[in-house]
Design a binder for this molecule. Structure first.
Ligand SMILES: NC(=O)c1ccc[n+]([C@@H]2O[C@H](COP(=O)([O-])OP(=O)(O)OC[C@H]3O[C@@H](n4cnc5c(N)ncnc54)[C@H](O)[C@@H]3O)[C@@H](O)[C@H]2O)c1
Length: 367
């Protein structure tokens, strides 16, 4: 089927890439298509001032291509700031593959995707995200060295999710310290939304600490599995946002803090793994600030995974990974204090630090 040709007079209404609201001066956006494997992917390279753009690949059945493009633009931008604030010499990039990871992911498709990654000669380095497993990265590794998150048996740092969860746990504790005066989570009511790779690991930390954990997921099997493993409660209601709770931990997809949910939110702290939790950063960040809800910036506290995969490139060890990840606690506290002192949102405070680091490096590079 031939797609409709947009008439020249209507082209200005479209602005498909550079005019997207989520377009933020990205350096490069690559559309990948392969008829034989059915691959349809988009790679977003947001910024490479600090180093090659590293970020995972998400496979998701998007409602349409706009949604996929919007996602990759937002996610790759987030990676730039995540690496910058964590002190890593990496830029920000991300990829999305359009499709159902359960039924459409094949070894051929993953290898073809790897070939596209390879064609960028290291400007973009991939890893896991939603819908991806370590085994998928091992397949990509067969066609390109520009991949991290590969199996430990193949020389990689393995699945980054447990480290991500540990970092989120550290950030959550810091936010609790700030809000409640203590970082002990025992008896705190915590809702974990999304109990996939990261969510489950986070549940384990929370249960170990004696928190009162509720779990929510669209996957019923996962819910049963995690409940029986950790003895937590499956949330049975229909509107998690209206529930009274101490801490809301978004660990599924982004933008759950939006115009529909923000006024219902009962949580006192928000700290989770999902990328881009605020649908509109400044607007929703400001409302949270006004409501006195402490928001631990997502790109700061979910950096454990990138710290882990960075170790594959830099060759540092597990001890150093854990030290860097634990430090998320201190950085979170600093940012929460900084936001309060300057009367800005916590997201804004975190972004300022990340952007300053990039600007400084840019100036050094140009001298
Ligand atoms: N894996 C990492 O190391 C890492 C690092 C940084 C950030 N993140 C982010 O953390 C989040 C979770 O990552 P993951 O690796 O655990 O992914 P995953 O695919 O393993 O888990 C996601 C879970 O969320 C559930 N889910 C999807 N939509 C939902 C909804 N509307 N309501 C409730 N549950 C829903 C899915 O069923 C699944 O169980 C993602 O946003 C990801 O981008 C992950």
């Amino acid at each position: 089927m031939v797609s409709d040709i947009i008439s020249a007079k209507d082209l200005h209404k479209v602005d498909p890439v550079f005019g997207q609201l989520s377009f933020d001066n990205h350096e490069q956006v690559v559309f990948c298509n392969d008829k034989d494997t059915g691959l349809k992917a988009i790679i977003g390279i947001h910024n490479t001032v600090l180093g090659p753009a590293l970020g995972g690949t998400r496979m998701w059945q998007y409602a349409n291509e706009w949604e996929a493009l919007n996602d990759v633009l937002r996610l790759s931008r987030g990676m730039t700031y995540k690496s910058a604030i964590t002190g890593l010499n990496l830029g920000g990039g991300k990829a999305v593959i359009i499709g159902d990871a359960k039924t459409q992911k094949t070894p051929e498709l993953m290898k073809k995707f790897g070939e596209f990654v390879h064609s960028l000669s290291g400007r973009y380095i991939t890893a896991e995200d939603v819908g991806m497993e370590t085994a998928d990265m091992d397949l990509v590794r067969e066609v390109t060295p520009y991949v991290t998150g590969i199996s430990e048996s193949k020389g990689g740092a393995g699945n980054p999710s447990p480290i991500t969860a540990y970092g989120v746990f550290m950030g959550m504790k810091a936010a609790a310290k700030y809000k409640f005066g203590s970082d002990i989570l025992e008896d705190k009511t915590i809702f974990v939304q999304g109990i996939g790779h990261v969510g489950e690991s986070l549940v384990e930390h929370l249960v170990d600490e004696g928190a009162n954990v509720f779990i929510a997921d669209i996957n019923q099997e996962r819910l049963e599995e995690v409940r029986s493993k950790y003895g937590v409660t499956i949330y049975g209601g229909s509107d998690i946002y209206s529930e009274p709770m101490d801490i809301y931990a978004p660990c599924a997809l982004g933008a759950t803090i939006n115009d529909d949910t923000i006024n219902k939110l009962q949580a006192k702290v928000i700290a989770g793994a999902a990328n881009n939790q605020l649908a509109t950063e400044e607007k929703h960040g400001k409302i949270l600030q006004e409501k006195g809800i402490v928001y631990a910036p997502d790109f700061l506290i979910n950096a454990g995974g990138i710290i882990n995969v960075y170790a594959e490139l830099e060759g540092y060890d597990k001890k150093e990974i854990m030290r860097k990840t634990e430090n998320i606690y201190n950085t979170t506290l600093e940012i929460l204090d900084n936001a309060e002192k300057n009367n800005i949102t916590t997201n804004h405070a975190a972004l300022n630090i990340a952007q300053n680091r990039i600007e400084e490096r840019k100036n050094e590079n140009s001298n």
